[in-house]
Design a protein around this ligand. Structure first.
Ligand SMILES: [Zn+2]
Length: 414
């Protein structure tokens, strides 16, 4: 029984059948449908000589012990957003399972080193707004105190929802012991963007996950009557915010892969007969280079001051959230590129805008790399999320090659 990528596609369809409705995948973490997906996954392990357990943060571990305790990790997540797609996260898990089967067969149940497959708990953060929950517990970067009191739409706390699934947040730190002997981490994922499709490439190598600077920006002007206030005498907070909304495109445009988004803008009083006295905007900036990210933030702040002055307003900034860029391991990038080229002929290196569990694993100091497979129309977190079946099969084959090369690299290292 050698690698069978067609089986991965068939299993993805099986999972879709089991956990989707007419609006898409409904495998939201800590819900019954998610538990059903995990139960289904466990049936796929029957008959393999593996150890299977859930850690203290609810991460789902499958271990094939090898001659060496040094361990190769392959990961993904079975949870989805509400009305999600059939591939986000689950492709990674099921492709990893197929690779595990191949290794098990090739080495007759005893590979030269230990291989573990992990299905991370709550990658999406869809219910409580906290992404990468399980992998952050693994990495030791969790924030239990802030997270336990988070509530979902029905007012249920995160702590209670997890308890219902047998996970006690006080015990999160115990998940860190899963890091023992971890020598490398691999994650395959759909791109969720349009770059590979535009280039006509099935597969790509992920350079790392972009750092994020997320801020709230408030422009203060003067509410005034729209009929009585001459144009020259207005202090229009919306005018200042609007100038910034256009300027951030130029700020991002000076760097190849940088992105800046003003995703929300509220005006006060927000009525048709008043000049806007207060405008509240959000800005999300991302790049793989920490220096570029810092520079873009500085430029946006300077521009906001300038525009505020021009419009007779003031401006204040407050940080909502930030994370540093996480570049992946240089040698694993090489191995990933070789694997992609062997399977697809050509490769491309690109950063990831979305965050992934791989970022947390890399933060824990474990050599990490990700591989992307093309997303059709660049759409994800939506029931129309899709990838050509031939590309899915290629992605399984390329992940398998990468696993093979990485095992050899781990064995040669010491
Ligand atoms: Zn995902």
């Amino acid at each position: 029984m050698s690698l069978n990528p067609k089986r991965t596609v068939a299993e993805l369809k099986e999972l879709r059948e089991l956990t989707s409705d007419e609006n898409g995948a409904q495998r939201v973490a800590w819900t019954d449908v998610w538990l059903k997906a995990r139960k289904w996954f466990a049936t796929k392990l029957v008959g393999m000589p593996i150890e299977h357990h859930y850690d203290a943060a609810g991460n789902n571990w499958v271990t094939l012990s090898g001659a060496s305790e040094k361990t190769l990790l392959i990961g993904g997540h079975l949870d989805s957003v509400p009305n999600g797609g059939w591939l986000d996260g689950s492709l990674n898990v099921l492709a990893g399972l197929e690779v595990l089967r191949r290794i098990h067969t090739e080495f007759k149940g005893k590979p030269p080193l230990t291989v573990r497959l992990v299905d991370w708990a709550d990658e999406e953060g869809a219910r409580f707004g906290r992404s990468l929950l399980g992998s952050s517990a693994f990495a030791g970067t969790h924030s239990i105190a802030a997270d336990r009191v988070r509530t979902d739409r029905d007012g249920i706390t995160m702590e209670d929802a997890l308890k219902r699934c047998g996970v006690h947040m006080d015990r999160f730190p115990e998940a860190e012991k899963e890091r023992t002997n971890a020598a490398a981490y691999l994650e395959l994922h759909i791109e969720q963007g349009p770059v590979l499709e535009k280039m006509g490439l099935p597969l790509g190598v992920v350079l790392g996950t972009k750092g994020v600077e997320r801020h709230a920006i408030r422009f203060h002007g003067q509410e005034a009557h729209s009929g009585a206030t001459p144009m020259k005498l207005r202090r229009d907070a919306l005018a200042a915010a609007a100038k910034l909304a256009l300027e951030i495109r130029a700020i991002a445009g000076r760097h190849e892969d940088a992105v800046c988004t003003m995703g929300s803008l509220k005006t006060f009083p927000g009525i048709v007969t008043a000049v806007v006295g207060r405008a509240e905007a959000t800005l999300d900036q991302r790049d793989l280079d920490a220096k570029v990210l810092a520079q873009m933030l500085r430029e946006a702040q300077e521009a906001s001051q300038r525009f505020a002055k021009e419009e007779g307003c003031t401006v204040e900034w407050s940080r909502i959230w930030s994370i540093e860029p996480i570049p992946f391991h240089a040698h694993l990038l090489e191995l990933c590129e070789q694997s992609v080229k062997e399977v697809a002929g050509a490769s491309h290196r690109l950063p990831s805008g979305p965050l992934h569990d791989a970022a947390e694993v890399s933060r824990a100091g474990i050599p990490t790399v990700m591989m992307f497979v093309q997303s059709l129309r660049g759409i994800s977190h939506n029931k129309i999320e899709d990838t050509k079946e031939e590309h899915l099969e290629m992605s399984v084959a390329a992940l398998d090659r990468l696993a093979d090369k990485t095992m050899n690299w781990i064995l040669e290292r010491r």
